[in-house]
Design a protein around this ligand. Structure first.
Ligand code: MV4
Length: 591
């Protein structure tokens, strides 16, 4: 077994990997960027090395630097986590050449699965059912038109180098094909430097069901069952669960076999995920992810198998610790991704510094987090800062447990997806195991998730003391009472961030119409993030309603829709397509 392993990642997944290493008696080496000097993953490791500036290209993506550190410290292997270099065949090769074990599949398997058309071809040959459609890119729109006519509308145009929904467009009719084809091509070029596009039949409201596989160097391949990840927005998964609510044991065996066949077809080794679409009784291969996934935890909770530990021991040449017949599924697990995002503002990133942080705990609760009080969530990295996973004997109980745990979670003063998860998990749709897609796309519903604002600052220019409401805890005869005091407070009590107790904030109150300074603040729509204006959706002078799209800002290759924070007239719109904006810059004034 290895003695020392370098973890080429940050945040929750770096800590997740180091936890497995520590249990295995393996020393862990963290790497970090200048932005992460004080990050929890750095402190968790047995030793840590600076890579360089905050930008990923100069730190977590800098292959030569990472390989150099691994060699210098004598790490025998590197674990890439997910994201960053996890599916980079060049990195896997650079490790091989430096005599360092890459904890993941062979570079050839990464490459084979990186090309979606090649993956489809290999799977078709291996007898794995693929979504009906082409296994070759179309030369141009005209060629695509012929393929589409054969497949039948609606069709999906997908980037050949794509995956995870990037470079994915739908054409419902022949009229929409050119736009879909060109849109997918542009996105493929932007994200994967590959403009090629192929067509598939577009399946209506499928479920995203994926199968976890493990394969060792001795020819053993097992599957650990499926996860349902249908609750996603713009191809970002938000909630995942295992088992899938619409998969029975017969279906599990069938898609499990599809997944192990898929892995065997590329001589897979390590942990991997076969993603597919489940419609009615049918299941189609979509793509294979050659890494440990964010949502691996729900599979760990229902099988009891430590997927990261298996990855490490497979990489060290050990046989799998389990055979297919040893895999048993028990109960139900749900994962909520805790992103620093404002669901009520179209999931705009909401970076900031955490002042107070309290994690939920108790029976059946697991928190995989990369945060603590004092941590800053920067717009430079992934807004997913933690994962909350609950387990219980069935889906309803796991849901109740999740709601209980979400209620205990305090990440102040950040805006996170916690209110979104609470709202979704309370719906009838969720209870029925539906995909909830209409809700997630519904601007009005999302806007209702806006958190209540803290009370307005007291005493304004007119001198009339505002009637501030405060809550105190008072014990009378040993019984605790919440007492509301209305009136000017002499001294503010320390804000109690006591988890689990329902310290209700005072109701939001309309501000008295203020002077010019006040209205300038409320008119201003400022950028929540640093990025480039991709598109401006409105014109100066137009009347807009709260929630209307104002512009799209690209940051970290993600498109963020910025919507009107109030209804009114667009008095000023000092932005143009292609312009750079910083966080806090004025985007529009809405009178
Ligand atoms: C599809 C599809 C319909 N037809 N492919 C691809 C990446 C993943 N994020 C979602 N993807 C889809 N691929 C064909 N041929 C629909 C989706 C899809 C989806 C699938 C299941 C559950 C939720 C989804 C949300 C958006 C898109």
């Amino acid at each position: 077994m290895f003695e020392k392993v370098l973890v080429a990642n940050r945040g929750e997944i770096a800590i997740r990997v180091m936890r497995a290493l520590r249990e295995m008696g393996i020393a862990s080496v963290a790497v970090y960027s200048e932005a992460d000097r004080d990050a929890p993953h750095v402190r968790y490791a047995d030793e840590a090395h600076l890579l360089g500036p905050p930008t990923p290209a100069e730190s977590y993506l800098a292959i030569p630097k990472i390989v150099e550190v691994a060699q210098k410290v004598g790490a025998e292997a590197v674990h890439p986590g997910y994201g960053f270099l996890a599916e980079n065949a060049d990195f896997a090769r650079a490790c091989d050449e430096a005599g360092i074990v890459f904890i993941g599949p062979p570079a050839g398997a990464i490459e084979a699965m990186g090309s979606k058309t090649r993956a489809r071809e290999i799977m078709q040959e291996a007898g794995v059912p693929i979504v009906p459609g082409a296994t070759e890119p179309s030369e141009d729109v005209e060629a695509a038109r012929e393929v589409a006519a054969e497949i039948g509308y609606p069709v999906a145009a997908k980037a050949a180098g794509g995956g995870g929904g990037k470079g994915f467009r739908v054409a419902r009719t022949d009229d929409e094909l050119a736009d879909a084809f060109e849109g997918a091509s542009r996105e493929g070029e932007k994200f994967f430097s590959d403009p090629r596009v192929y067509l598939e039949r577009y399946l209506d409201d499928p479920r995203h069901v994926e199968v976890q596989v493990l394969a060792d160097a001795h020819g053993n391949v097992v599957h650990l069952g499926e996860r349902d990840c249908s609750i996603q927005r713009r191809h970002q998964k938000l909630i995942e669960e295992a088992p899938a609510p619409h998969v029975d044991s017969e279906m599990r065996d069938r898609i499990g076999k599809i997944a192990t066949d898929a892995a065997a077809a590329v001589e897979y080794r390590s942990a991997g995920t076969v993603e597919g679409l489940h419609v009615g009784e049918e299941y189609f291969f979509l793509e294979m992810n050659t890494r440990v996934q964010v949502e691996h935890c729900v599979t760990e909770m229902v099988t009891g198998i430590d997927i990261v530990r298996e990855q490490v021991s497979i990489a060290a040449g050990e046989p799998l610790s389990i055979a297919q017949d040893d895999v048993e599924w028990r109960g139900h697990a749900i994962e909520c991704r805790i992103n620093a995002e404002a669901a009520h503002k179209n999931f705009a990133p909401a970076p900031g510094r955490i002042s107070s942080y309290v994690e939920p705990a108790g029976p059946g609760v697991r928190v995989d987090s990369g945060l603590e009080a004092g941590s800053e969530v920067t717009p430079l990295y992934d807004p997913m800062v933690a994962k909350l996973i609950t387990w219980d004997v069935d889906r309803d109980k796991a849901t109740a447990r999740m709601l209980r745990a979400l209620n205990e979670y305090r990440i102040d003063p950040l805006v996170t997806l916690i209110p979104f998860h609470q709202a979704i998990l309370a719906t009838e749709q969720w209870a029925n195991g539906e995909t909830c897609r209409d809700l997630i796309e519904d601007r009005h519903w999302l806007r209702s998730l806006e958190p209540e604002k803290p009370p307005a600052p007291p005493a304004e220019e007119d001198g009339a003391a505002e009637l501030a409401e405060r809550e105190y805890k008072v014990e009378v005869d040993g019984r605790l009472h919440a007492v509301k005091v209305i009136g000017a407070a002499a001294a503010a009590p320390a804000a109690a961030g006591n988890p689990g107790t329902a310290t209700r904030r005072p109701p939001r109150r309309e501000r008295k119409s203020g002077g010019a300074a006040t209205s300038a603040v409320t008119e201003a729509l400022v950028s929540p993030l640093q990025g480039t204006v991709l598109r401006v959706a409105v014109e100066e002078g137009a009347e807009v309603s709260e929630g209307d799209l104002i512009c799209v800002i690209e940051a970290m290759k993600m498109e963020n829709e910025i919507t009107a924070h109030r209804s009114g007239k667009l008095a000023s719109l000092p932005i143009a397509q292609g312009a750079s904006v910083a966080a806090g810059d004025l985007l529009a004034k809405i009178e």
